[in-house]
Write a protein that binds this ligand. Structure first.
Ligand code: BMA
Length: 371
């Protein structure tokens, strides 16, 4: 065996989520499934074995292909699937059949089930539209969008219907055997920046926290009991910057950070410095708040550095007790918008070395995430 399999714990615990009272969103359930609790337990101890590698939209498309059964750029390079696959629910709120990246939600659901069946973990982000303007997540020209979806706001009722569509998707995520598949949901990410309508300059800390609360409470009320929730700020700062909008321990299961290397090779030093600072802080917060931690999004666009995996990313992450690190998608519809290698790509050989490192965990290394 290249790597140790995860050690099973015999005992499982079911802790109930604390539901907040909000008149129309009072939680009636608030209990997670045993599979979901088991995933949380295993995320907590993952760092004792290593850290999982993840890739966004991994089985859906890659460089030069789309929709080929069983295909994955990561697997084509190293022989195994990532342990974590993330997907995005943008446009599900509209009732559309296809996501903002032009994939049917039915296909996304199928690939989530496939990945669960191979033992892997699923994470979900949500680049939802702007409910006030009808624009996208990045439409930040009009103020007051967050206020508009809070109780009493002009778009509150509409927003609840959006949350209900998300709830229906998660509630419908079941295998033929009847397992309801656990998911790490990462709503309202990168909010310490201001490029999304829920970002720092577009709402107060209280409004942001309320956004989390109504999201969580509505999903609880709708019986969504298969989610863990990740808090994923950007790299704008540690300390108060990171924690200012933290919705509270009862809403969050994992502390993360999204941070990219920008500017090609020249950005390596700054990226290393920033991520060491962020991950040192998150490690401390994880201990204080008793939460697992992860590097929830990262990457170097178009991977121009042949040694990026083992000489930049690995030396950063292997110092911290992260459960996983995830790189963004290999877009098939945009030039040079990819974050994992494909066969022949300049960093492919180095990625194989990264894969062979005993600390990096891929699909074959994580067979007991739900036990
Ligand atoms: C961004 C880019 C966009 C994409 C969005 C949601 O980072 O990759 O092209 O639409 O994520 O996946």
């Amino acid at each position: 065996m290249k790597k140790l399999l995860l050690i099973l714990c015999m005992f499982t615990s079911i802790t109930s989520c604390i539901a907040k009272n909000d008149e129309e969103t009072t939680s009636t359930t608030g209990q997670r499934t045993v599979l979901t609790e088991n995933l949380l337990k295993n995320l907590r101890t993952m760092h004792e074995t290593g850290f999982m590698f993840g890739h966004h939209d991994d089985p859906l498309y890659g460089i030069g292909w789309e929709g080929d059964a069983g295909r994955s750029d990561v697997k084509s390079v190293c022989g195994d699937y990532p342990a974590v696959m993330s997907f995005d629910l943008g446009h599900i709120e509209l009732g559309d059949a296809k996501s903002l990246d032009n994939i049917t939600f039915e296909k996304i659901r199928t690939e989530m089930i496939n990945h669960y069946k191979r033992g892997g973990m699923i994470s979900v982000s949500w680049h939802l539209n702007n409910p006030l303007t009808g624009g996208d997540s990045w439409d930040v020209k009009t103020p007051g969008v967050v206020t508009s979806v809070l109780p009493g706001g002009a778009k509150h009722e509409l927003f609840l219907t959006w949350l209900d569509r998300v709830a229906a998707f998660f509630n419908n995520l079941t295998t033929e055997e009847g397992d309801k598949i656990p998911v790490l949901f990462r709503p309202w990410h990168e909010h310490t920046g201001s490029w999304f309508w829920w970002g720092k300059e577009h709402c107060t800390p209280e409004q942001y926290k309320q956004l989390w609360q109504i999201t969580r409470n509505r999903l609880d009320v709708k019986g969504v009991n298969n989610l863990l929730y990740a808090y994923s700020p950007g790299t704008e700062g540690i300390g108060d910057v990171y924690m200012e909008r933290y919705p509270g321990d009862e809403y969050v299961d994992l502390l993360g950070v999204d941070g990219y290397q920008f500017g090609g090779e020249a950005g390596a030093e700054g990226f290393t410095k920033t991520m060491n600072s962020m991950l040192t802080f998150i490690t401390k917060m994880g201990k204080e708040h008793n939460k697992p931690i992860a590097f929830t999004e990262t990457g170097l666009e178009a991977l121009p550095m042949s040694n990026w995996w083992t000489e930049i990313l690995l030396p950063i992450v292997d110092k911290y007790p992260i459960a996983y690190v995830l790189v963004w998608r290999n877009a098939r519809e945009r030039d040079n918008h990819f974050y994992a290698p494909y066969p022949g790509q300049v960093s492919a050989t180095d990625f194989v070395k990264f894969y062979q490192n005993p600390k990096t965990l891929f699909s074959q290394d994580v067979k007991n995430l739900y036990k």
